[in-house]
Ligand binder design. Structure first.
Ligand SMILES: Nc1ncnc2c1ncn2[C@@H]1O[C@H](COP(=O)(O)OP(=O)(O)OP(=O)(O)O)[C@@H](O)[C@H]1O
Length: 237
């Protein structure tokens, strides 16, 4: 099912943060949101999750308008969110964190096995407290917990932040694998080179709106939007 945002306007109090923001992501597609700090990328993800209610505009999964649903219903509809900073339960074990993911949408024990098969590093650490995992392992756990929902749509907010290169590569490989399985992914990513290596399309966000959407091959041949909206050229990568 296609996730669509159509002319979404959001406010924090009286301050408008999203302005007529529209985008779409289809099954088996990775859409990357790029933009400067404060452009509205995280707010876009929170709005999809129903954590912020748009004042106007629509967020739809297929034909279903998500705007009318309570926030706790959104993950049950198959949209999973890995927030920036991961928000794991640090005192709980890997196993317990996964159990919480599994509870959100009861999909049976086989899901746990399938998710753990993707992350062998977690399988070895089921009894370890999440807060004692390395940063990369914590990110794996956060993604694994989200995948317990068997989501149709996965929202990742800066999943590579603070990770070493081998862990970044592992996270990006997971995104590619999920794409091959038909998951629609929206990725917020500061690392432009990482974003381009995994994305199909890039939406450039500035001042709360999508200014331009480009597919990755055309960005490689003409990186002007990267320069304009993120301030980097391809040569610096
Ligand atoms: N809870 C809040 N209350 C008031 N303003 C907020 C709140 N959260 C975010 N904002 C403001 O909304 C704007 C968009 O923030 P958002 O976090 O969506 O940006 P972003 O593109 O994700 O930035 P970054 O790359 O720095 O994470 C910013 O100006 C921010 O200060």
């Amino acid at each position: 099912m296609i996730l669509t945002l159509d002319a979404v306007n959001c406010f924090y109090g009286r301050v408008q943060v999203l302005r007529d923001l529209s985008l779409r992501v289809a099954p088996g597609e990775v859409l990357c949101l790029l933009g400067r700090n404060g452009a509205g990328k995280t707010t876009t993800l929170k709005t999809i999750m129903g954590l912020i209610k748009p004042r106007s505009g629509r967020v739809c999964l297929g034909d279903v308008d998500l705007g009318g649903l309570p926030a706790h219903e959104i993950p049950r509809r198959g949209i999973a969110y890995v927030p920036q900073g991961r928000r794991l339960f640090a005192e709980l074990t890997v196993e317990e964190n996964l159990a919480i993911g599994l509870m959100a949408r009861d999909r049976g024990a086989s899901v746990r096995e399938r998710v753990l098969a993707l992350f062998p590093v977690l399988k070895e650490r089921l009894a370890q407290a999440a807060g004692t995992l390395s940063g990369g392992e914590q990110e794996m756990l956060a993604v694994a917990r989200a995948l317990c929902l068997e989501p149709a749509v996965l929202l990742l907010d800066e999943p590579t932040e603070g990770l070493m290169p081998s862990m970044i590569a592992a996270i990006l490989d997971t995104v590619r694998l999920l794409r091959s399985q038909g998951v629609a992914t929206i990725l917020v990513e500061q690392r432009v080179e990482a974003a381009l290596s995994v994305a199909d399309r890039v939406a450039f966000i500035e001042n709360g709106t999508v200014k331009e959407t480009c597919d990755v091959p055309s960005l490689r041949s003409d990186p002007t939007p990267l320069q304009r909206y993120v301030g980097v050229g391809l040569r610096s990568m």
